[in-house]
Design a protein around this ligand. Structure first.
Ligand SMILES: Nc1ncnc2c1ncn2[C@@H]1O[C@H](COP(=O)(O)OP(=O)(O)OP(=O)(O)O)[C@@H](O)[C@H]1O
Length: 253
């Protein structure tokens, strides 16, 4: 019998992943032979210089983009050859995303955006789920903004709506691309605390791209990418240790 990712405690896995954009002399190798597993309940930060492949890796792991070579699993499902409709359902049930561009629906108010994953799944939140959502909206300072639409919110507020939406269904796996990028330091700390709690208390796995050593210091594990390859897989580190390594990487580039 074949060993499944879940037998190893993994909620997502990629093996021998490669991604090339374009062809001929203009081709760009965004990922080069990346193998990685994300463990259940683990909070992982993904760091690396601009253009090192962080967003590409997250998009492929989340089933939003396909690799040029290699394989990717969400849970025990190999998503590399999964038909689009099945992949959409799998993503909706198991994965939350926070994109750099927020991807809020402009015609829906804050509450409508946060409840969208339930709407798309054809159900309303249970009483427990409603309590989780209300707690998130409260902690993210959005409780007084429920009837506002995205264009009536600041960039940081829109980012918080995207975070509430990603966590609302308590998905197994949350991918967050620079989730604190637009936030002041107090709100940023609250978002990091919410992500850390989701992993510690609810067993959710979080993968967060960040350029900020302080944000990365909240994670259990830190992956460093350079030129499309994982160059270091580290355990929890201080902001100073992270900043020192990032500087050394940039100096070596
Ligand atoms: N759609 C695309 N077409 C062509 N090249 C692309 C495309 N998307 C990304 N790339 C290239 O792939 C490489 C990796 O990009 P990616 O966005 O994954 O990097 P990143 O580490 O997330 O960068 P940043 O920190 O600046 O967001 C870059 O060289 C980028 O220019």
């Amino acid at each position: 019998m074949q060993i499944q990712p879940s037998d190893l405690g993994l909620v997502a896995r990629v093996a021998g992943l490669g991604k090339r954009y374009g062809s001929g002399s203009g081709a760009v190798t965004a990922l080069d032979d990346v193998s990685l597993g994300l463990r259940r309940g683990e909070f992982t930060a993904v760091m690396g210089p601009s253009g090192s492949g962080k967003s590409t890796l997250m998009h492929i792991m989340a089933g939003l983009d396909s690799p040029t070579s290699g394989r990717a699993w969400l849970g025990d499902t190999d998503i590399t050859e999964l038909p689009d409709a099945a992949l959409t359902v799998l993503r909706r049930r198991r994965v939350g995303f926070v994109f750099q561009s927020f991807n809020l629906v402009p015609t829906l108010d804050v509450e409508g955006n946060v409840l969208l994953p339930f709407e798309l799944d054809g159900r309303t939140p249970s009483r427990d789920e409603r309590a989780v959502i209300d707690g998130l909206l409260d902690r993210l300072g959005l409780a007084s903004r429920l009837r506002h639409r995205p264009h009536e919110l600041s960039g940081g507020q829109q980012q918080r709506v995207a975070i509430a939406r990603a966590l609302a269904t308590r998905p197994d796996l949350v991918f967050a691309d620079e989730p604190t990028g637009n936030l002041d330091s107090r709100t940023g700390r609250e978002v990091l605390a919410i992500l850390a709690e989701a992993s510690r208390d609810s067993g959710q796995s979080i993968a967060m791209v960040t350029h900020d050593p302080v944000a990365a210091s909240h994670a259990d594990r830190i992956l460093y990418l350079a030129d499309g390859r994982i160059v270091r897989d580290a355990t929890r580190s201080t902001p100073e240790e992270i900043a020192t390594y990032m500087l050394a990487m940039e100096a070596a580039a």
